[in-house]
Design a protein around this ligand. Sequence first.
Ligand SMILES: NC(=O)c1ccc[n+]([C@@H]2O[C@H](COP(=O)([O-])OP(=O)(O)OC[C@H]3O[C@@H](n4cnc5c(N)ncnc54)[C@H](O)[C@@H]3O)[C@@H](O)[C@H]2O)c1
Length: 485
Amino acid sequence: MSHSGAMSNDDNAVMANSDKQNEVIIDAQFLRLSFRWAESLFGKGAPFILGREESALWKANKELCENNRYSMRRMNPPWQGGGVSHSGAMSNDDNTAMADSDKQNEAIIDAQFLRYKDVLQKRCAERKASVMQTYKIAVIAGDGIGPEVISEGKKVLEGIAGLDGGFRAEFTDFPWGCDYYLKTGRMMEENGLEKLKGFDAIYLGAVGYPGVPDNVSLGGLLLEIRRGFDEYINLRPVKLLKGAPCPLKDVRQEDIDMIVVRENSEGEYANVGARLFPGTPQEMALQTGVFSRKGCERVIRYAYELAKREHKTLTSISKGNALGYSMVFWDQIFKEVGEEYPEVETSSLLVDAASMFFVKNPGRFQVVVTSNLFGDILTDLGAAIAGGMGLAAGANLNPEKTFPSMFEPIHGSAPDIAGKGLANPLAAIWSVSQMLDFFGHEDWGRRVIDAIETLLVEKKTLTPDLGGRAKTSDIGEAILEILRH
Ligand SMILES: NC(=O)c1ccc[n+]([C@@H]2O[C@H](COP(=O)([O-])OP(=O)(O)OC[C@H]3O[C@@H](n4cnc5c(N)ncnc54)[C@H](O)[C@@H]3O)[C@@H](O)[C@H]2O)c1
């Protein structure tokens, strides 16, 4: 055979002998081999990944076919309804054709593919690089158990990128947090927000450590990022997975499955106030809540949209009976926006009653919308009824994607167990699932939750807080192992 890719005399002789049936056989073989090659070059599932865009492999194959004057009749790629089933396996027709095929034809095609291997590989790699999505992720592992749990989350995200083949994660670590504060007097660099602005997402561990006042560690980093990047939605799933511990009696696992949408940019955490007459008997502190129409409307609308999309009920939680300005305003906006969503079934609860129902009847909640402070408290309660702090994640979203969104486990830096390999990283891994959802890989997001559930049910690799003996650093790999199967 010639090495130019053109047909040699030998090849021509074989082709000359081939009848129409042979041509069909060769086409079928060609398709099968295309799959085999795509998979051998890029791993399982590669033909479909390449197929998302016009595939370089396919183009190269087509060229190869044309060079060799094979019939193009059955050469439509599978994603265009071609001759193979979508599993990549041969269809019955193909199998029948293959049963009749002679080995010689296969050998010829194999040889042609071999000759083209380098060209195919190069073209595929070029194409793949040009279509592959790279997510730039800023990592602030922070204090205490932060770095331990984040390291597992990174492992999982990188592993998933490898399994998917269509995207990759590029991490940039920032050494900010309490250590940084003790050295520099700041929780993050002065131009920290500027540095973070260009990233697709921020992955945060936890901040806060003895020796630095909590209001300094929280205000100097977490709240600054949330406010600075207008991450006005805080999304916290409260879902009891199979196998997760629940302290409530007489509650079925499926009864705890809600998503709390917490206002994340203003309200009670707006940090407006003053300290007056310090050190005198008249000393006083003023702290004002800020509830703007824009701020309330956008979070409430987000919750209505979510409830509508997922065909769920929506509960607003406020405190209009005692907070006669801010919360009455909130309730009014909840009603006004609701007029645009007649299909969404709603209810309004006072926060004290809602806390009681979180414990007594969590099944009544599906989508919940509430203010910054109430959301903060209720979601810790939510974490407590749905497996504990080691299983609670939160996403700080800037839905317009003008700025990066931030994904974090909701627990703190747990100084009592830091550095001992005892921390449960499942909440940090759950945040990876939220990040994948936000990037549009909802399928992977769901699979990560399913994998966490499998881990909990199998009980083979769990950290001590969940009754196991595994180390923090065992969990990422255990999740990936489940995802691989
Ligand atoms: N988002 C954040 O960064 C954040 C949130 C809450 C608290 N903090 C800070 O963290 C520090 C400690 O706060 P805290 O003790 O009130 O809350 P915490 O969440 O750090 O710890 C509370 C308890 O839960 C346990 N715990 C927490 N996460 C765990 C995990 N992943 N696996 C196993 N056990 C876990 C801890 O050991 C501890 O007993 C403080 O400085 C606080 O300001 C930060």
